[in-house]
Design a binder for this molecule. Structure first.
Ligand code: ADP
Ligand code: MG
Length: 370
């Protein structure tokens, strides 16, 4: 029998061990499906945000799979690229089997009401087409859920947001769910058109619960005929800090290092820890770090100099020569980015596992810029 790992540290698929998201997804689907023809719910437009590796794509994918099974919903999964509107039109048309050429013949009769939004001629054509399509869909009792993974502020996204807004104003059955990195979310906030997308529900994706991770480690290693003591299960759980990618990665590495019949102990942990850290650094933290501003980096590097996990804000002030109130907006942003968290009063700590070690390694590389 193949000793197949239940853990999978690949990005962008719903993992076999998918923890802690059932309630939030149930709530979302309930709201969506019980919101009437005009999708009367704050979840009509929803944005899920969280750090890279927190599980946004997995959650979105699970939602897509579930809504696709509903008879009266059409799901359109869009990529944020040049032809986003054409792809939207094409996908609805394919799924609803509407006769577009008939619609196009009638298109000039479709007037766009509420026209304070400026559309160019290509957009006007697309908008008329969409209005025609949605008219037909509402006659058929069909609604559309648009999904977009990792939105950012692009001209195409602005076009889509404008048209989406117009369709909502015409009371058509349309909803949208997006994911974004925290920095993308603030980018959207500063754009006049895109900020509309944020006036709705913003859901911060929480880290996984220690309890769920511990259970998952124990049950799955036992299923794979590996013995694991309570204290080792706790140790492994602590090493993930609830970070979704870390959970899959650590489980995967331990699984590969062991065979059925083995027991998982400190020795096994020692054998994988370097690889574990290196993969966290290379596949997640390098990208997270690259997107930070120089000032954010300065704050984090100062934090990394501290000896204990909880870092006093006064220590950072001391290290950087800048007072705590100077740091307060940066600190808030880093908390929102899920890189650090607030501790007891006047303290912060790293939220991501081994991020301190990552920063120290970065720093030692930066000494030599050749
Ligand atoms: N709820 C979850 N439980 C367990 N593992 C998860 C969960 N959500 C995501 N993962 C795993 O975490 C990693 C990152 O997930 P992904 O959805 O690609 O993150 P993001 O899109 O936020 O960068 C993947 O290996 C995925 O399998
Ligand atoms: Mg993703």
């Amino acid at each position: 029998m193949a000793d197949r790992s239940p853990f999978n540290p690949n990005f962008g698929k719903v993992p076999r061990l998918f923890l802690d998201r059932e309630n939030i997804i149930d709530d979302y689907i309930d709201e969506l499906t019980n919101s009437g023809d005009h999708i009367d719910t704050p979840y009509q437009t929803t944005m899920i945000y969280g750090v890279r590796g927190s599980g946004k794509t997995s959650m979105l994918t699970d939602i897509i799979n579930r809504v696709k099974q509903l008879d009266d919903w059409i799901v359109v999964d869009l990529l944020n690229n040049r032809s986003i509107i054409d792809n939207l039109i094409e996908s609805i048309q394919m799924q609803s089997k509407l006769n577009l050429s008939k619609l196009i013949q009638k298109i000039n009769d479709i007037k766009i009401k509420n026209f304070e939004i400026k559309l160019n001629s290509q957009n006007t054509h697309q908008m008329q087409l969409l209005l025609g399509i949605f008219e037909k869909l509402s006659q058929q009792g069909k609604k559309v859920l648009i999904t977009i993974d990792e939105v950012s502020s692009t001209p195409e996204m602005r076009d889509l947001a404008m048209m989406y807004q117009l369709l909502i104003r015409q009371n058509f059955g349309i909803a949208m769910i997006m994911t974004g990195l925290p920095e993308n979310v603030s980018e959207l906030k500063h754009n006049k058109v895109l900020t509309f997308l944020l006036r709705s529900s913003q859901l911060e994706l929480s880290f996984l619960q220690g309890r769920s991770i511990e259970d998952a480690f124990r049950t799955n290693f036992e299923k794979g005929s590996r013995q694991i003591s309570d204290s080792t299960a706790v140790k492994l759980t602590q090493m993930t800090k609830g970070y979704a990618y870390a959970f899959q990665l650590l489980g995967y590495l331990i699984w590969k290092k062991t065979n059925p019949g083995d027991s998982i102990d400190e020795k096994v942990i020692d054998q994988v820890i370097d690889d574990y850290q290196q993969k966290l650094f290379d596949n997640a933290y390098a990208l997270i770090y690259q997107k930070l501003t120089a000032v954010d980096k300065q704050f984090l590097k100062a934090m990394a100099q501290n000896n204990t996990d909880e870092v006093k804000l006064a220590f950072i002030a001391d290290q950087t020569g800048k007072p705590s109130n100077y740091w307060s907006t940066y600190r808030k942003r880093l908390v929102r980015s899920q890189i650090i968290k607030n501790g007891s009063y006047g303290f912060v700590s790293f939220k991501l596992p081994f991020f301190k070690e990552f920063l120290l390694e970065e720093e030692s590389f930066e000494k030599y810029d050749f």
